[in-house]
Ligand binder design. Structure first.
Ligand code: PLP
Length: 375
């Protein structure tokens, strides 16, 4: 049986959190002389921000919960998804002792967050078709494995992970949290794992306002989990982690869910258009199926194509040095005009191979430590 208490680091379980002025008095009317704010206003003409924001973002959670089919107490909001990822590592993993489990190729922040915290990383690669090697994952889980990260749809491959694999891991991992990162779920035609939260107390679902909602600049990530785990995360987060303008804009965005759906539909149509167009190019060897807003595409000469595209001021992501992504560029689905520009540029005469452009001896990519990408 899963027990959150045994998973937490002892000092986190025992921690008494900082109690902010806004925690101790939650009314909205009155003379506020409790938080050392400036009573006169703000030094900006773009609105008044002299008051501290709601530390628990109640208004957003009230509006978000019914949209997501969860209860407000199952929601944590962070400064991007990076914040809940980091808080989960710090709440459960003792440095030099515990570890997280990831399945490369996947999102870089899980590894970075563990490394910042001096927490070890167990890697069980995805299969060549980017699915979970479930038996290998189950065999790799030990009693010091505290977090298991699954990214579905996966970045950089773009595909959904098979639900059976996720379910088997959720059933088996009784001393770890299973985190399903659904940053791209809006672009996939499947239900979210949030529907399973009540069935699996070890399940954590991450989503974000950065992709489908079009709010990457705001930095707002969503984390859905048991009320018990959410309470722990609230206890260890910086008190005012979501700024007042971010809260106001997110609250407004949530009244425009229809616009989000329409943008998602348009991006999914564009994904099909882009895939069909790429298919006709002789330099394109493979287009991996995508349930996200990007395509992982294998080219005959990925590095040369990447450099040539940059020259033409079309910027894509070079994933060709990433495990299982040999020869691949990751291309975000743009507007029709942007996608047409990409295709036009790629149709022009074949680029000079990368080796021919570089002075001898500088092509040492393979031996350099791989910088981890966070987007
Ligand atoms: C883009 C992305 C996120 C979102 O990160 P934010 O910090 O919320 O912008 C999370 N997970 C994955 C896999 C992503 O690709």
């Amino acid at each position: 049986m899963f027990q959150l208490a045994t998973l937490l680091r002892p000092h986190i379980a025992a921690l008494v959190p900082y109690s902010s002025a806004r925690d101790e008095y939650t009314g909205t009317e009155g003379v506020f002389l409790d938080a050392n704010e400036n009573p006169l206003g703000s030094t900006t003409t773009e609105g008044d921000y002299n008051r501290y924001p709601d530390p628990h973002q109640q208004a957003i959670k009230q509006r978000l919960a019914p949209i997501k089919g969860v209860r407000p107490e199952q929601v944590f909001l962070g400064n991007g998804s990076d914040e809940p990822i980091d808080l989960l590592v710090r709440a459960t993993c003792t440095p030099g002792q515990d570890q997280i489990l990831i399945m490369p190729p996947t999102y870089g922040m899980y590894e970075v967050s563990a490394s910042i915290n001096d927490v070890a990383i167990t890697k069980v690669p995805l299969t060549p078709d980017f699915q979970v090697d479930t038996d290998a994952v189950l065999a790799a889980i030990t009693d010091t494995t505290k977090l298991i990260f699954l990214c579905s749809p996966n970045n950089p491959s773009g595909n959904l992970l098979q639900p059976d694999a996720i379910r088997r891991i959720l059933d088996a991992a009784q001393t770890a949290l299973v985190i399903v990162d659904e940053a791209y779920i809006d672009f996939a035609d499947v239900p979210s794992w949030t529907a399973q939260l009540d069935a699996y107390p070890n399940l954590v679902v991450l989503q974000t306002f950065s992709k489908a909602w079009g709010l990457a600049g705001l930095r707002l990530g969503m984390c859905f989990a048991s009320p018990e785990l959410i309470a722990v995360m609230n206890k260890i987060k910086p008190p005012y982690n979501i700024s007042a303008p971010t809260q106001a804009l997110a609250l407004d965005a949530l009244t425009h869910e229809a616009d989000k759906r329409q943008m998602v539909t348009e991006i999914m149509d564009e994904r099909q258009w882009l895939s069909d167009a790429l298919q006709t190019l002789p330099t394109v060897q493979q287009i991996h199926p995508s349930d996200a807003n990007f395509l992982l595409v294998r080219f005959t000469d990925a590095k040369g194509t990447f450099a040539y595209l940059i020259e033409q001021q079309v910027i894509v992501r070079d994933r060709s040095s990433v495990k299982l992504c040999d020869g691949c560029l990751r291309i975000t689905v743009g507007t029709r005009t942007e996608n047409e520009r990409l295709i036009d540029v790629l149709r022009q005469p074949a680029p000079v191979p990368a080796e021919a452009q570089l002075p001898l001896g500088t092509d040492d990519e393979a031996t350099k430590p791989e910088p981890v990408s966070n987007s």
